[in-house]
Structures are given as C-alpha cells and as structure tokens.
Ligand binder design. Sequence first.
Ligand code: ATP
Length: 503
Amino acid sequence: KDDTLKKIISHSKEYGFIFPSSEIYDGLSATYDYGQNGVELKNNIKEYWWKAMVQMHENIVGLDSAIFMHPTTWKASGHVDAFNDPMIDNKDSKKRYRADVLVEEHIEKIRGKIQKEVKKAAKKFGGSFEEAMFIKTNPRVLKYQDQIKSIEERLKKLLTEEDLKGVKQLIEELGIADPVSGSKNWTDVRQFNLMFATELGSLADGANKVYLRPETAQGIFVNFLNVQKTGRKKLPFGIAQIGKAFRNEIIARQFIFRMREFEQMEMQFFVKPGSELEWYDYWKNLRINWHKALGFNEDHYRFHDHIKLAHYANAAADIEYDYPMGFKELEGIHSRTDFDLKAHEEHSGKKLQFFDPEENKSYIPYVIETSIGLDRMFLAVLTEAYEEEKLEDGSERTVMRIPSFLAPVKAAVMPLTKKDGLPEKAREIINQLKFDFNCEYDEKDSIGKRYRRQDAVGTPYCVTVDHQTLEDNSVTIRERDTMKQDRVSIENIEQILIQKTSL
Ligand code: ATP
C-alpha cells in the first residue's frame, strides 16, 4: 500500500496533476502546486460539491469571505487558546510527533489484531452463526476490545484536562516506540498552536497581529446576520464556502493529505435549538451519499465517531476514506451547538440572533457543520482512480478511472496523421467543442501512444479524425475504460459528451 502512495505521487507529477511547491529550490515542506490537469480536476471537484450543496438546496447560499479576519475572531472561536496539538519529540531520532496520534496509531495496531482474529474465524466457520458467536466470545478479542476502550477513555480524559504529563506517561506505559528509529526516549509533551501569525500594516509592535485563517467556518459565522437579513432566510438555512485555510501542522507528511496550506469546502447549517441532533443525522447521511454517488467502492468509506470532542461540539463524526496509508479523515460533520455565534456575540457586543416569527422570540441558532478538505478529496479521487491494468494482449496500461464529470480533460481530439488535411479537420471539431468542454488537441507520436497518454490523465473520450472523416464526416470515439471504439457522426459528438461527462 505504501507503494501505491509512491506511485500516485510520481504519476501526479509526471502527468501534470501535482508538483512540489518551489521545486527548483528543492521544495517547501508540506506545500504543493496543482498543475495543468490538477487544477482542472480540483475545479471540477469544487463544482461537484457546490452544485450538490448550494445549487440543489433552496435554503443554502454561498459566501467568499476574506482569509484575514479581525484578530478577536480567533480569540472568540477558541483558536488562540485551544487550537493546539500536543507535541512530543524523540530524543534519539530528533523526530517530532503529535502525541495523541502516536497513541491513536497504537490503538489502530490493536484493531489490526482484532481483524486478524475475525479473519481466522471467518476461515473456520465461513459466515455462519458460529462465526459471529466465536468473535463475540473469543477471549483474545475481548481483551483487545477492553484495551482499546481503556486507552481511548484515558486519552480522552487526559486531553480534555490538558494533562500533558499524563499523556507522556501513557505513551511510556504503552511502550510506544518512535516509528522511525524504534527508540522509546521521549521528551515531555508540549502544546503547540497551529495558527500562522503575521502583521498587518507597518507597525510591528504586536498590536497588529493577524492570523491566516485555520478554517473557513469563522468567516461564515461572522457573516451570519448579513446573509440572513439580506437573503431573507428563515431557519433552517445554510451558508457554504470554499477557500484556503492554513495550519502549522506538527507532522506534515503523506503528500497532499496533510498540508500547511490547503483548501476547505465548508457548510454551516443554522437550525432551531433542540433540533440539532436530528439535523446532524440528516447531514451525516446526505454527505456519505454524496461520496457514494461518485460510484467508488463503498467499502472504502466509513464513519468514525470522535474520541475527543472539540471544545465547540456536542456530537462529531468523520467520514474516513481508505487512503493508501489506511482509513483517515476526509470530512468532518460536527454539531457545533451555539458555541461560535454566542462567543462572537460576547466578544463583539453585537447580537447574532434570529427572530423566529412563529415563536415570536429571538434566539441564537444551533449549527451543524460539514467540512471537507478539497485536497483530501482530490487524493481520494486519485487513489480510487489509479489503476495499472493488464490487457489481454499482455501489455499494461496505467489508467486513471476518474468519474468522467470530474475528469480534467473531457475529450482529446486527434488527427490520425499530420497530413492530408486531417489536422485542420480535427481543429474544426475542437473549435466547436471547446465552448462547453475542456478539450485537448494532440497530434504527436503514434495513435497508440496518444491513447495511453490520455488514459494516464483520465480523459474519458478520444476523438480520432481519419481519412474516412473527410469522406463521410464520421470519426471514431474511443472510451477510456473499455477502450472500445465507435464510429459516430461529427454532429453527435457534442451530445455524447453532454450525456456522459457533464454534471
Ligand atoms: P486531522 O485530525 O486530520 O488533523 P482535523 O480534525 O483537524 O483533521 P478539521 O479541523 O475537522 O480537521 O478540518 C476539516 C477538514 O479539513 C478535514 O476533514 C480535512 O479534510 C481538512 N483538513 C484539515 N487539516 C488539513 C491539512 N493539514 N491538510 C489538508 N486538509 C486538511
């Protein structure tokens, strides 16, 4: 699986999806640039999300708020005081880790042991009643489950109480070793704030300290009344936003999964107090269905309820995707209560309440948030799409089975040869299609090589102009997944592309 991530990284670079940032200077850690195909795929993912969230919901509208916000925003939101990760260093390897992640990885290892027992039981009993009973009563499984439960509870308590000494003690008791060096020689655990700070204007006395936003959500909260009033919105209603966020992550590795500059697609849904858990379930369901609608393997998704609830939440779950490095958070669904609006009321002295005409009173709405990392979604698409396929003739091709409505290039138009007026004809076709579809013209190399190149980018259709085209205005259209070629009339290409590649 490790191998898969490496392959995806090098494929991404070779085919213009993702480049390391400032590569000519040997890159900057945990920052990446999206190349010519990456930016198209990214834009298409944004559109897929925006359509599902904003366009399809009468009661959800969009917003594009500034990255810089008044510094008090982050005091109110709790980020100045509590947006910390517990960090620990290994004294021998000098590597830095998130202490809670070390413990969670240890828990994952125990989960792996349970999986082994489950597999053993399946082999022995083959899906029968006995299998289920065997797992339920297997003393080893019970022991592992107890271990997990007690470690999780202890970690949750330690983190809630910010007992950093206790976290270190837990790491030592569990015998957790540095994954790189195997050393168990740990420093104390310290809190590390994840926000990037900079200065506004020319005074450098600290009074002008501003932060790069660590989430887009707060821009939505501070605009709650602006949107509600000008949009004449009634509860429940939502505000959606796509934009950059910045976090000074302690461990930033695993390609675009954890970056210091990344993009979020967030939606805050304002509801009547008391109805929030109903809406929480509603959004959990809707969001997982959004993922499943992509047609990816459904076993690659799972829900994970948070061990440690964030300071603002009364319920929270992640949608995890099975990345090459295992199941990891792709999206969070959080019931944020009235924490944020209330805090902004207190810090700004401005009322942030909704007047409910039915109840004839004003109150602060409760909030359900859905928050998905665009880059993590991008990595999920790459992971799911990447395939090295053995063909019947014994050869191999690398094909990106990107859902066609997300594909960077919808159609490649290619003349079979560079002469006899075929390039001109191909240009004619592309000039008609380019108003509605991102197309590519390609005349270099053999047709077979060109098809492979498009497979590697994930282009769903290749339109080939040959000599017959000049006679009867027909072309061949080759489908990426099946590699089947059909002969169609030029005037039908547009209809085919609309049907198969638009959202
Ligand atoms: P993690 O536990 O993985 O650090 P988080 O719980 O801090 O994530 P949230 O604060 O819930 O993440 O942020 C919402 C979403 O933003 C996440 O589900 C994830 O998809 C994305 N995200 C968060 N941090 C990063 C990052 N450093 N790089 C890329 N995407 C991120």
